[in-house]
Write a protein that binds this ligand. Structure first.
Ligand SMILES: *Cc1c(COP(=O)(O)O)cnc(C)c1O
Length: 501
């Protein structure tokens, strides 16, 4: 299996190279030359397998320059410290008072070390990179630069800490992340990690990182010190491929629970920001997983809802800060891959992306729009609707969800109301409710005045009768290892200081 670019004809590369490079040389994203298939009987065989075995089998279809043993080992090492033996357990909710016969399965994608679904990819990516270095004969040290608004930074740090031949540096906006998110990052151990607050907002941090990436001179300077830059954000194919696994795995779990027969269709619903997670579900569908509809759920930053409804992508709009902050995004980078696969031309994709860059918007043609209509449904939830859904889930099911997952559940109820399509559903549960304690307690009608973050954790644990996740509890009193702050125009200097240390 070779990888090509979404924007122009480049020489195809194998997956190890695509993973090391992150971004294609023409600025496009790497996509597989063709999409491999899973026969129904192969899907059936997954039912009796462990999550790790399922991962090995699916990844082999895409990462053909890795051996089966290598992929299996990467998955073992990545997932063995998840706090649930199933790695991605399904909570099947069948007592829906409105629709008792039509189950919803929440795939809990948040049992990794940082309690967000990003762990599923960021725990395995460093291991895939380590093999990629060997396979390509690369002797330079890989430097991963990350700008984060919270979740990605910690998940990347946890994944890359002490991985040989790599270094990782994370920038976050000073005062722009939650106290828990900050503590998660600044207490990170490991000889190859660095975390720095930037005086500015998330865009300043992101622009600073982009500038370093796009500067040929800096790359040369780093190469002279034996350093090669790479990326750990969701444009890297090595982050996308591992996400395809859990859709197959969740389907297998539904069969195992006797809620589905092999071959039955499901709908998949995903709370969406950068479009990485739902794109993985799209690949699963194209591979042969019986998915009827992909349902794209947004918060009030609903640029994707408008896109799927009108065919116009327009980022020129007000940016809203919400209680589901990991979806507060106006440029969904991975949409580019979908456009490539459905339009089938690099020329069109290049035109759209150029327009997006220059005018902030583009419009797809009617034939392409029609194709997307068959596959996707899109809607969004307001802040009030999101809070209400958290409360409703707790009232009906004694099941507690985080605000991102609540957005998905609300959009699912809209979808069922509008279409009368009651197909069994897999909902991507993207974060632990304990990561968003304040919003969840508020939604449940609890008074949080005067409670600090750790008291809030305890209170949520008490109300829901659940254990506070250990890695969050441990942050109370943990040693701060990275207290540094820099100005936005000092970011490059800080990177150079770090790599020559
Ligand atoms: C990153 C994230 C999302 C959005 O996922 P994308 O792949 O960017 O669409 C949703 N929920 C949570 C909790 C996240 O951390």
């Amino acid at each position: 299996m070779k990888y090509i670019s979404t924007r122009s004809k480049i020489a195809p590369v194998n997956s190890a190279e695509a993973i090391l490079q992150g971004l294609a040389p023409d600025g496009g994203l790497f996509v597989p030359e063709s999409i491999p298939k899973m026969k129904l009987e192969e899907i059936g065989e997954l039912v009796e397998k462990s999550y790790t075995q399922r991962a090995g089998i699916i990844l082999q279809k895409f990462l053909t320059d890795y051996t089966a043993d290598e992929l299996f080992e990467c998955a073992e090492l990545a997932y063995n410290w998840f706090d649930n033996q199933k790695k991605v357990p399904m909570s099947i909710l069948v007592q829906d008072p409105q629709h008792p016969k039509f189950p919803i399965g929440v795939a809990e994608l948040w049992h990794g070390p940082t309690y967000a679904f990003k762990d599923l990819a960021l725990q395995i990516l460093p291991r895939l990179m380590t093999y990629a270095l060997k396979k390509t004969g690369e002797t330079k040290e890989i430097l991963i630069l990350v700008a984060t608004s919270g979740d990605t930074g910690k998940a990347a740090l946890a994944g890359f800490a002490d991985v040989p031949q790599t270094k990782i540096m994370v920038f976050y906006p000073n005062g722009g992340v939650s106290k828990i998110q900050r503590l998660q990052m600044v207490t990170q151990t490991g000889g190859n990690v660095n975390v720095m607050a930037v005086n500015g907002n998330f865009d300043d941090a992101q622009n600073g990182v982009k500038k370093i990436f796009n500067d040929e001179k800096i790359r040369e300077q780093l190469a002279a010190s034996n350093i090669k830059l790479s990326s750990a954000n969701s444009i890297n194919w090595g982050r996308l491929a591992p996400q395809i696994v859990y859709y197959f795995s969740s389907y297998a779990e539904f069969i195992k629970a006797k809620q589905l027969n092999l071959g039955d269709q499901v709908n998949v619903i995903v709370p969406t920001g950068n479009f990485g997670n739902i794109l993985a579900a799209y690949y699963a569908k194209r591979m042969g997983l019986p998915i009827k509809r992909l349902i794209c759920a947004s918060n009030v930053n609903n640029v994707l809802t408008e896109f799927f409804r009108t065919g116009i992508y327009n980022r020129n709009r007000e940016f809203h800060k919400t209680i589901s902050p990991s979806m507060d995004i106006l440029i969904s980078s991975n949409l580019e891959r979908l456009l490539y696969h459905e339009a089938g031309h690099t020329d069109q994709v290049k035109r759209f992306m150029t327009q997006l860059n220059t005018t902030g918007k583009y419009k797809i043609d009617p034939p392409l729009k029609k194709k997307l209509d068959k596959i996707f449904y899109a809607d969004f939830a307001t802040e009030e609707e999101t809070s209400h859904m958290i409360k409703e889930m707790f009232t009906h099911f004694k099941y507690i969800v985080d605000p991102h997952t609540a957005v998905a559940l609300k959009v699912l109820s809209n979808y069922r109301r509008d279409t009368r399509d009651m197909t069994t559903c897999i909902v991507a549960g993207t974060a632990s409710p304990f990561k968003f304690t304040g919003a969840v307690l508020n939604a449940l009608g609890e008074n949080v005045d005067g409670l600090d973050d750790f008291k809030q954790l305890d209170q949520l644990g008490l109300i829901t009768n659940r254990k506070v996740p250990r890695n969050l509890e441990k942050l109370n009193g943990a040693e701060i290892l990275h207290a540094d702050v820099c100005e936005k125009d000092e970011m490059l200097n800080e990177v150079l200081k770090f790599v020559t240390k």
